[in-house]
Design a binder for this molecule. Structure first.
Ligand SMILES: [Zn+2]
Length: 132
């Protein structure tokens, strides 16, 4: 089963290759899915875009490392956090996933740091730590 946003991402060719292939396969076999996909098409013709589409169309680029760091700390506005979570989990961007893994291990190392240091980290974002 594919969700609406899977189909949207498919139409934007924004899915990982293996998922592109499985949506393609499903479209060949499932007339209901074809109806859904063409509904998205006509909705787009009418100029209506979902939040996910707006993010994809407006911000195709990867979030910055600082944004990913703030995402891990849970200090981003919900809308941006949603986008990053979409970017990582639905689009499955390998580059950003690697970045997040790296940031996560950094943050584990930082765990023993003094409270003042942690406060500074929140205030100045990951850029501060990178220079160390
Ligand atoms: Zn990315």
């Amino acid at each position: 089963m594919f969700s609406q946003s899977d189909l949207e991402a498919y139409l934007d060719e924004a899915l990982p290759p293996d998922q592109m292939a499985s949506v393609e396969k499903a479209l060949r076999e499932d007339p209901e899915l074809i109806r859904k996909a063409s509904a998205i098409h006509s909705r787009r013709d009418a100029g209506v875009h979902s939040l996910g589409e707006t993010w994809r169309n407006g911000r195709l680029s990867c979030p910055s490392r600082e944004q990913l760091g703030s995402f891990l700390l849970g200090v981003l506005p919900e809308e941006i956090a949603d986008y990053i979570s979409f970017h990582l989990k639905v689009i499955g961007c390998r580059y950003c996933q690697a970045n997040v893994n790296d940031l996560q291990s950094q943050q584990v190392e930082q765990k023993d740091a003094a409270e003042t240091r942690r406060r500074r980290y929140f205030q100045t974002s990951a850029g501060y730590l990178r220079s160390e």
